[in-house]
Structures are given as C-alpha cells and as structure tokens.
Design a protein around this ligand. Structure first.
Ligand code: ZN
Length: 202
C-alpha cells in the first residue's frame, strides 16, 4: 500500500515534468493534453498507424530498438506480415483513427509514452516491445509495469492541479463527470477513476 502511494506521487511528478517540458501553461488551463504532439516534439518518437492484431486486442505498441514486427494485413486478408520498424516508433492501432475513438487514441498514446519515459531501460536489450492490450496479463512484473504505464498515462491526460481546478469550477453542475471527461478528451470511466483517486468523488 505504502509502496503504491510512493509510486503514485512519483508518477504525478513525472507527468508534470513531461508536460512542463512541452508547455507549462497546460497545467493551468483545462484542455485536452496533446500527448501525440508531445511524443513527437519533445521525445522525437514516431507515430505509425497499423492494424496490430486481427481482433483489435492490441491498441498500441512501443518499439525500443530497430526490429521486425508482425502486423495484420487487414485489407487483403493476408494474415500477418513482418515490417521493419525503427527504434522510437509507437505503433497505434489504425482502428483508433476513427474520430469516435479520440479518448481511446489519446489514452493509448499516453500509455505508450509512459512506457517510453519510465520503462525504456527495462525493455532495451530485451528484444521485446511494450504493448497495450485489453486483456490483463498474468505475470506480476508485467502487471506492475502495466499498472505504472496506466497510472502515468492517466496523470498525463488528467494532471492533478488542473483537474482539481476544473472540478471546483464545475462543482454543483449536473453530469460533472461527463463535462470533465469532454474537457480533457478522456472517457467517462477514466475521469471517474481519476476523481475518485483524488478524493473528489466518493
Ligand atoms: Zn503497456
């Protein structure tokens, strides 16, 4: 429990640091955090859109070293094809290009950026990529890594101070969760978890 609290505080400061490096004013103005721009401008990452898996289970994948990665050839129904991918590429599932999926797109980018910032050393040399899947994985280490990327991703999209500011500004209004979710371009569920974590909702 204590360990989680320690990590949470650390991850909150890492999120603030990442945003400040790009544009500190984002910490004072409630608005969607342009994580996909931060990835490219601040971290020099390259975004690539591909159908990663045939069932859409994998939403994002971060490539730490030059590699050959299997991607799904949806158009010709040809199954999987190996493509060369450069280190520092984040592959986002092409299904997230649909404008209905803005929240999920940003969440995936934030999760993958989190992997790049805090897990780069862990993955470099392992020959593995970090991916975001809908299914939960079994190993405890994987769980901890994914938990960290999820938390940091969510702190990036919903920085504590500015979420608090927006919450008090809209306090008393109906559907406050929906309003804030729209303001920060995240899902209702993600915002609700964040507000509970900050003690603003019970
Ligand atoms: Zn992940």
């Amino acid at each position: 429990m204590n360990r989680c609290h320690y990590y949470t505080g650390t991850l909150e400061s890492i999120a603030r640091h990442i945003i400040t490096q790009y544009d500190g004013s984002l910490l004072n103005t409630p608005a969607p955090i342009p994580v996909e721009v931060i990835m490219e401008k601040t971290y020099g990452l390259k975004l690539d859109f591909q159908f990663i898996h045939n069932n859409g289970r994998v939403l994002g994948e971060t490539v730490f070293e030059d590699a050959v990665i299997p991607i799904y050839e949806r158009e010709n129904n040809e199954g999987y094809k190996l493509i060369p991918v450069e280190a520092g590429t984040v592959i986002v599932d092409a299904s997230l290009l649909n404008c209905r999926n803005v929240g999920r797109f940003l969440y995936t980018c934030a999760h993958e950026l989190a992997h790049w910032v805090i897990h780069k050393e862990l993955y470099t040399g392992s020959g593995e990529t970090a991916s975001m899947t809908k299914a939960t994985r079994s190993s405890e280490t994987d769980k901890a890594i994914e938990w960290q990327a999820d938390r940091l991703g969510s702190y990036l999209l919903m920085p504590k101070g500015v979420v608090k500011m927006a919450f008090y500004h809209n306090q008393g209004s109906q559907n406050i969760i929906d309003k804030l979710a729209l303001l920060f371009a995240v899902s209702r569920q993600a915002m609700s978890i964040r507000l509970k974590e900050m003690g603003l909702l019970s």
